[in-house]
Ligand binder design. Structure first.
Ligand SMILES: NC(=O)c1ccc[n+]([C@@H]2O[C@H](COP(=O)([O-])OP(=O)(O)OC[C@H]3O[C@@H](n4cnc5c(N)ncnc54)[C@H](O)[C@@H]3O)[C@@H](O)[C@H]2O)c1
Ligand SMILES: [Zn+2]
Length: 365
């Protein structure tokens, strides 16, 4: 078992990484909350696999447990689904001291977190992530929310969890594509924060579905990186922006393909290829380092180029509408070394265009 503290000034909390830890959830929760009512929020697939164990563990410690299942999928990450969680909270008579447990991927975690942030102006939430993406990213840091028809995550609140419990055994049932795409976020942490992690990833023969010690290492190092960045900048006033490495171009690619063609991590992988090459174009990074970054993505089975039906013009336009745009300028997170990035608002548009053209040069078939 490994514990990683998230040392926030108010409401610090721990991330526990433990194989089989799901069966200890009751004990972990009893350490941070009074024994009372708990609402477990999940989706039918995840609850079928892990619901019984979680509920039994909570009940064994005396918690009064109810559950609320929401439909799977990003398109249900809406205010209407949060209203259903609120209805369940009412029915189960959740009080100020009650707890919502989010058992699932980022979609469940974001909505359960937002429901907890808003129920009675804020009750505790515990994140129990079951996707690799949620384990290394979504469950940590307190961003919660839902989508608006005009854009992703436009409605939300900061609401830090009281506890994050990662049980790597739950990844056994995760579809391979979900697994793979989250590796792009792990590679992101290596490039922005952790040279040693980068070198360990390079030493592996394959990164397609890490298990055992390697999986434990990826989880620990990613959580450490996210915890450090969030602790330094809880509400995205400065350093936290480095977590958006690869996301400027990545979001544009996801949006240009209507969120159908690529999983989020695949978009991020493409985005870090572009950001790496932009950094090379500006003389910040060497072509050799950019190649090493791309080699890791390839080893994980991730795409490093996109098809030429995604027009560079469209990507440029979409980047202009990215909500991380400041004062009309597109801000890029760019690597300067492995483990170190800077934020730059003055990348010449001609360079961006040249890199996007080169990355998107593949014929569609
Ligand atoms: N709050 C944040 O800081 C933050 C950060 C990154 C992403 N996000 C959000 O996270 C969401 C994406 O999360 P995601 O990638 O986890 O996707 P997801 O929650 O949609 O889960 C992916 C799929 O895997 C299934 N699944 C989950 N765990 C499983 C398991 N153990 N076994 C079998 N199937 C399982 C789910 O039912 C779903 O169909 C997006 O909405 C994104 O905006 C939030
Ligand atoms: Zn991301």
């Amino acid at each position: 078992m490994t514990t990683i503290p998230v040392p926030l000034l108010t409401n610090p909390y721990d991330i526990h990484i433990e194989s089989g830890g799901l069966r200890q959830l009751g004990d972990y929760l009893a350490a941070v909350s009074k024994v009372g009512r708990v609402l477990v929020v999940s989706n039918p697939t995840i609850f079928k696999h892990y619901g019984t164990g979680v509920v039994a563990s909570l009940k064994s410690m005396g918690f009064e447990v109810a559950h609320c299942l929401v439909p799977a999928g990003e398109r249900y990450k809406t205010p209407a689904t949060v209203a259903k969680i609120h209805n369940a909270a009412l029915e189960h008579r959740l009080e100020r001291a009650s707890v919502i447990v989010a058992l699932g991927g980022g979609v469940v975690g974001d909505m359960a977190g937002f429901a907890a942030a808003t129920w009675l102006r804020g009750i505790k939430v515990v994140q129990v992530p079951t996707t690799l993406l949620a384990m290394v990213d979504a469950a940590i840091g307190g961003k919660t929310g839902v989508n608006h028809p005009q854009g992703k995550n436009l409605i939300g609140a900061f609401h830090q969890p009281s506890l994050v419990l990662i049980d790597p055994e739950t990844l056994a049932t995760l579809p391979s594509r979900e697994f793979r795409s989250a590796i792009a976020e792990v590679i992101k942490y290596a490039v922005i924060w952790d040279l040693d992690l980068f070198e360990r990833l390079e030493a592996e023969r394959t990164l397609s579905r890490p298990k055992g010690e390697l999986l434990q290492l990826l989880l620990e190092r990613s959580c450490l990186a996210k915890a450090a960045v969030v602790a330094a900048d809880e509400r995205e006033g400065g350093l936290r922006a480095i977590l958006n490495y690869g996301h400027t171009v990545g979001h544009a690619i996801e949006s240009a393909t209507h969120y159908h063609r690529y999983r989020h991590g695949e978009g991020v992988g493409l985005g870090i290829v572009a950001a790496g090459r932009i950094a090379v174009g500006l003389g910040l990074w060497s072509a050799e380092l950019a190649k090493r970054q791309e080699a890791l993505l390839i080893k994980a089975g991730l795409p490093v180029a996109w098809a030429n039906d995604i027009a560079t013009d469209q990507l440029i336009a979409l980047m202009g509408f990215d909500k991380k745009v400041e004062a009309g300028q597109v801000r890029f997170v760019l690597p300067e070394a492995i483990g170190k990035v800077r934020i730059s608002a003055d990348v010449p548009p001609a360079l961006v265009r040249q890199v996007l053209d080169a990355c998107g040069g593949q014929s569609k078939d």
